[in-house]
Structures are given as structure tokens and as C-alpha cells.
Write a protein that binds this ligand. Structure first.
Ligand code: GLU
Length: 367
């Protein structure tokens, strides 16, 4: 049996799933919620839950629905206008979901998250508890970025990364990213393309296949989907990128059929704390290290001042920083024991006061 077939079959056992649908799946070209399409999707999600599964649904479409409601024909440039559209559209979207899930005898709850909140350890745990409480009580959380007060997904990706973080947060068995293409496509000669059914890793070859055009309504694309898929896969969660406008697509995926592009994880077994370090934080600066330090980190050692060649950015004790090789390769990230100015005076030296370590191995994740 090929790896693909084996992993496809494994999806039949997925019990807790996160499904994310992008703006273009959910709304018409005007931005108005596409009730027929939403209805078909909601039916599938409800069926999954009614069969005993647990579902969290990450829905975009707030900005699009808001643009329609406000009669805005083109996507405004100003962030404040996009945020206004999200505030107006979010409630419209939820009222449609309330009706559609209700007719399937399913209850829903709205959860608006921000990346900032997920970076804060306490709020991160609150979000996790709330989501788990909802799904175990068979209430489907409908999740979106809180776009009215945040800019992250509006600028970078139509909830793709948010969906991966949610999947990690609730220890999902699988993540499905629904868009309007049937997955990643590769050239098949004569200007044709064919679907890539299975990938093991998002490498440069895979990134080279991306062909994204900017869109009038939404901000995501294949690049942010692959970024999301990679984050989830690093955490042991299989990801399927599939066509959300294809009727029955979710059912087919969880029956183990060959739908969309499957990225199957390489079994990374890291602790919850290290996951939080690696994926829920934005780096506040970076440290460039020499080859000796690269080798030492790879062997599981802490980062010492002697191997540091440069410090970029200004940051305080406890900040998250990226560690780069001299060749510019991103090799690790971790929480620093010293502020940036202090590291600048210590770098290159053999000892470093207190603990001697700039980043302790327990506070570092090798990528
Ligand atoms: N979270 C946003 C939404 O729900 C992202 C999409 C966008 O930027 O248009 O609408």
C-alpha cells in the first residue's frame, strides 16, 4: 500500500476535526454569504458531529459579508475600513450559521480569537478550555480572527494560520483547509496541471508550485495554506487542502477517499510548552550563530554566548527570538535569558555570568 493510501485510510478514524473554509468558499462574488453553499457545508459538519465526532469550524467571510452589507464594491485599502466591514459582516455570517446549524439540530458558539491572545500563555489556555468545553458538550465552535481589533488574518491569510493554531490548541486528529481549488496543482505538460494528491514535506519544490493571484474579496492563497499545513503537520496533525465548493467533499475525505492534497506529518513529538514556543509566538529579534553553535544546538545543547556572531532587534529577557546560521538558515527559536544589549556585550565570550546560557535547551525548539 502506498503511503498516501495508508494515510488516507487513517483519516477514517479521525474523531476530532478542525475545518476551515475561506472567504471564496462561503460568499458570492459580491461578498454576500452563499446560503446554498453554506447549507451544504453545514449539513456535512452536522452529520460528522451527529455520528459522534467533534467539530470546530473556522469560518472566514466576515470581511466579504460586511463589504456586501455596506455596499462596498471593491475591497478598501484602509485597515480601519476592513475592520469595520468585519464587524458588520461577522454578525450577518453568524445569523446564517445559527439558522443552518439549527435546522440540523446542532448548537453553535462564536469564538473570536486573535494571534496576540494565543501568544499569551494564560489566554491561550483559556481559549483551549473554552473550545474543549464547547466541543465536548456538542456545541460547534465557529471561530474567526477578531478582525475588528486585529490585523493579522486580514493582512496575511484569511484564517489559514489561525486554523492550524486552533487544531494544535485542541489536539485535533485532522485539519481540513477548504478553498476553491482542489488542492495544490503541478504542471502536467502542454500548459495543463494536475492535482498533487500527497506531500510529505513542504520543501522548495512544493513552494515553487504556488501560483497565487491577489483576490478582490479575500486575503489568503496557497502560500498561507501551505504555511498553515506545515505548522499543523509539525505538530503531528494531518492536513487536507481541498475544494470547499465540491458537494460532499468532507464526507469523502473522512471516508478515506483521494480528495485534495494531503500533507501527512513526520511524527514530531514535542511538548505542549515547546509547541507554544515554536508556533504561537512571533520572534522579537534574531541571533546569528556560527557553525559550531549550529552543531551544538543540533546535538541538544543550550545556546552559549561563544557561538553568537550577531544580535538583531531590541528585546528584553524572556523574549522569543529566532536563531539563524551564518548562511541565513532559520534553525531554531527560543526564549532568551538576557536582553539584547547584554547579549551584544557577551557574544563571542566563553562564559556569561549567571547561568552561562543565552537560551536554555528547555526553552528552545529546533526547526
Ligand atoms: N478573517 C477574515 C474574514 O473572516 C479574513 C478574510 C479577509 O481578509 O478578507 O473575513
Amino acid at each position: 500500500m502506498t503511503q498516501n493510501l495508508k494515510h488516507r485510510e487513517a483519516l477514517r478514524n479521525a474523531n476530532r476535526i478542525v475545518v476551515k473554509a475561506g472567504t471564496k468558499v462561503l460568499v458570492q462574488s459580491s461578498g454576500r454569504p452563499d446560503k446554498r453553499r453554506l447549507g451544504l457545508l453545514v449539513d456535512e459538519l452536522a452529520q460528522f458531529q451527529n455520528r459522534g465526532g467533534e467539530v470546530a469550524f473556522v469560518s472566514s467571510g466576515a470581511v466579504g459579508a460586511g463589504l456586501d452589507a455596506l455596499g462596498m464594491k471593491t475591497r478598501p485599502k484602509a485597515m480601519t475600513d476592513l475592520q469595520m466591514a468585519a464587524a458588520v459582516g461577522q454578525i450577518r455570517l453568524m445569523s446564517v450559521y445559527d439558522e443552518l446549524f439549527g435546522s440540523n439540530k446542532c448548537r453553535i458558539g462564536q469564538v473570536l480569537l486573535t494571534h496576540d491572545a494565543l501568544r499569551n500563555r494564560e489566554r491561550h489556555l483559556n481559549a483551549r478550555n473554552t473550545l474543549l468545553n464547547l466541543i465536548t458538550r456538542r456545541i460547534v465552535p465557529i471561530i474567526n480572527e477578531n478582525d475588528a481589533i486585529s490585523t493579522e488574518e486580514i493582512q496575511f491569510g484569511d484564517n489559514d494560520v489561525l486554523a492550524a493554531l486552533v487544531a494544535i490548541l485542541i489536539d485535533a486528529d485532522a485539519l481540513v483547509l477548504l478553498s476553491t481549488t482542489d488542492g495544490l496543482r503541478e504542471p502536467a505538460g502542454n500548459g495543463n496541471t494536475k492535482r498533487v494528491s500527497y506531500i510529505e514535506e513542504v520543501d522548495d519544490n512544493i513552494l515553487g508550485l504556488i501560483d497565487d493571484k491577489q483576490d478582490r474579496l479575500s486575503s489568503g492563497g496557497m502560500a498561507s495554506k501551505l504555511e498553515s499545513a506545515q505548522i499543523a503537520a509539525h505538530n503531528g496533525i494531518p492536513v487536507v487542502i481541498a475544494n470547499g465548493r465540491k458537494t460532499g467533499v468532507l464526507t469523502r475525505i473522512f471516508e478515506g477517499n483521494d480528495e485534495g492534497t494531503l500533507l501527512f506529518p513526520q511524527a514530531g513529538n514535542i511538548s505542549k510548552r515547546k509547541r507554544w514556543i515554536a508556533f504561537f509566538n512571533r520572534a522579537e529579534g534574531h541571533l546569528v550563530v556560527d557553525d559550531g553553535a549550529v552543531a551544538a544546538l543540533g546535538a541538544g545543547k543550550s545556546l552559549l554566548p561563544v557561538g553568537i556572531k550577531a544580535v538583531e532587534g531590541a528585546f528584553k529577557v524572556g523574549a522569543m527570538v529566532d536563531i539563524q546560521s551564518a548562511a541565513g538558515e532559520h534553525i531554531a527559536r527560543g526564549l532568551v535569558e538576557y536582553e539584547s544589549e547584554e547579549i551584544e556585550t557577551l557574544m563571542g565570550q566563553k562564559t556569561a555570568g549567571k547561568s552561562g546560557e543565552v537560551i536554555h535547551r528547555d526553552n528552545m525548539v529546533i526547526l
